[in-house]
Design a protein. Structure first.
Length: 572
């Protein structure tokens, strides 16, 4: 990284700014504390607000990825949060032996202001300041991780403050009008409380928000890594106002409390496009509201991020190369089926393939793919859309779910006529998908000919990488994990820290079983054998069960035995 003097010399030599202007801007920063970029813009030195990346390349300033590491708390506190956020510069490392303080930023202009940050930090013994230039996404993540709490503050205190504000609850007690409900939903304290709940849910990595009116309580819970946790809840007296606010945001009929309703809220929170799928359900104490959070920045991930072990990833990629046939992904609701299918479609999404999907609803839009939402009210069903697809000459088709005989029959016949068809089924394991199709009334010969493969999956929580503790397995655990003599394992247990919210877990990965059709399995399908017989034959052919896949991940220190048993319902 060049020194500040070298940078000024290069800038002066190419005629972008002169030395006098630079020094004037630096002097102004010393007095005002403004970000240097804002000062340059105010002086007309950055007329377009940005500098070409190629110019920084000439200076020898190259953005680079940061290695994964924890920033010590004493380093995080070197600069005030306001300075950090305004200048987008974060303390990274303090090297006492050399008297060097290292910052990271996504704004290379900050290199010119290195003396200013040294002065603001005010640490004795610091002789040098180094600044590493990284990418915007890296700085955004660090700001959210180490300084995001400053924005949210303490949710308990803020909810108490907002809910203690004057909220006019004097509405008609018998039959409230829609106008009364809307007035209630637009009051400032109510708006603030709902916004706080949304922001806190994102900060805690929640996948769902549950607002549940109970007899004497208005309960708010977040589902984090598949488990519900209760958070501090608003007072019971403002329950009606909060629910009205959410219904108004999701364009529901706020006066209708007798029937279930569905809606959608699309927001931009912290620069992230967030989609909330909202569902209301009448109850004896009021309307229960569930918001499913769809973060578009996190949903569209690659197959290599889902948790496949190398051999299973190779098997799945081999299935994706088929030019025709039916490929099923099975598992209960919330087991990650849609994420897996979207990752698979992204792999197949090339210029020489036409990909079409029919979904209920379309959860994420993928560039280059034709996606159609189901609308049963006008007769736009899975079966009807699938029939229309066949006249559009697609190469790859995704049917969101096979629910009935008609959809299953069309999907299998499409798979036999040169289309690669993906879909989902709700079965407990992969071999059961074969018997389920036959139970739906599909002839065994059609199932045998069309199905290429089935993958069953579940999600298990991942041990927090910051606090998990390695343990030495006892004899009972060695038997449960099938640990052989001299086998090297890395079995760990959860502990809990600030990073994981003291749960011991951070995120989830899949455990899988991949059933690939072969001649023996096709012949057994024609004979309508049981799912258990199909399983035994598939395991002889190399299929690894979900339970065994989970056991391997326990040995690798990724999850725990209790997690695997909990999601598979199996214990050996």
């Amino acid at each position: 990284m060049p020194t500040k003097r070298e940078i000024i010399n290069v800038i002066q030599s190419v005629g972008l700014w002169d030395r006098k202007s630079i020094e004037s801007a630096l002097e102004e920063q010393e007095k005002t504390g403004q970000p240097l970029r804002e000062i340059f813009q105010g002086k007309g030195m950055l007329p377009f607000g940005e500098i070409s990346p190629s110019f920084y390349f000439q200076l020898g300033i190259v953005q680079r990825e940061l290695p994964p590491r924890e920033i010590p708390s004493e380093v995080v506190s070197i600069l005030p949060p306001k300075i950090v956020k305004n200048h987008r510069i974060i303390p990274w490392e303090k090297r006492i032996e050399t008297g060097t303080l290292i910052f990271v930023t996504d704004d290379p202009i900050n290199i010119l202001a290195s003396d200013y940050f040294k002065k603001v930090a005010g640490i004795e013994g610091i002789k040098n300041v180094e600044i590493i230039v990284t990418f915007k996404e890296e700085i955004d993540q660090l700001l959210e991780k180490y300084y995001g709490k400053e924005d949210v503050e303490d949710l308990t205190a803020m909810l108490q403050e907002a809910s203690s504000a004057t909220i006019d609850m004097d509405l008609p007690s018998v039959e409230e009008t829609e106008e009364d409900e809307e007035t209630l939903a637009l009051q400032a304290p109510v708006v603030k409380i709902v916004n706080l709940i949304f922001v806190e849910a994102l900060r805690r990595r929640a996948s769902d928000i549950h607002l549940e009116p109970l007899e004497k309580k208005f309960r708010v819970r977040f589902r984090i890594d598949g488990v519900l946790y209760e958070i501090v809840s608003p007072p019971k007296r403002i329950e009606k106002a909060v629910i009205a606010r959410i219904k108004l945001m999701s364009k529901m009929d706020i006066a209708e409390k007798r029937l279930p309703q569905d809606g959608r809220i699309m927001l931009d929170i912290g620069g992230r496009p967030i989609d909330f799928r909202v569902s209301t359900l009448p109850g004896i104490y009021g309307e229960s509201v569930v918001l499913r959070i769809l973060d578009k920045t996190k949903m569209l991930i690659g197959l290599d991020k889902l948790g496949f072990l190398p051999d299973d990833l190779e098997k799945w990629n081999r299935i994706l190369q088929f030019t025709g046939g039916l490929v099923l992904v099975t598992g209960p609701t919330g087991s990650g089926k849609t994420t897996t299918l979207y990752a698979s479609l992204q792999t197949l999404n090339t210029i020489d393939r036409k990909i079409m999907t029919v979904e209920e609803p379309v959860e994420y839009q993928i560039p280059g793919i034709n996606q159609t939402p189901v609308n049963a009210d006008i007769g736009l069903t899975f079966a009807n859309v699938l029939r229309a697809f066949l006249r559009q000459s697609p190469d790859v088709i995704l049917v969101g779910e096979i629910r009935d005989t008609e959809t299953a029959d069309i999907a299998l016949r499409a798979a036999l006529t040169g289309h690669l068809v993906f879909s989902t089924l709700h079965t407990n394991d992969a071999p059961s998908a074969i018997t389920r199709l036959i139970d739906l009334g599909i002839p065994p010969f059609l199932v045998s000919s069309a199905v290429q493969g089935v993958m069953a999956q579940r999600l298990v929580r991942v041990l927090c990488p910051y606090c998990k503790e390695k343990v030495e397995p006892d004899e009972k655990l060695k038997i449960a994990l099938k640990i052989k003599e001299e086998e090297q394992v890395n079995v760990c247990r959860p502990k809990g820290c600030n990073e994981c919210g003291f749960t011991g877990f951070f995120g989830r990965i899949g455990i899988f079983e991949i059933f690939i059709m072969n001649d023996e399995l096709r012949e057994m399908t024609l004979r309508r054998v049981s799912a258990e017989e199909l399983r035994k034959a598939a395991e002889r052919s190399g299929m690894r069960s979900m339970y065994d896949d989970g056991i391997l991940k326990v040995k690798m220190g990724l999850t725990t035995l209790d997690e695997v048993i909990g999601v598979t319902g199996q214990e050996e």
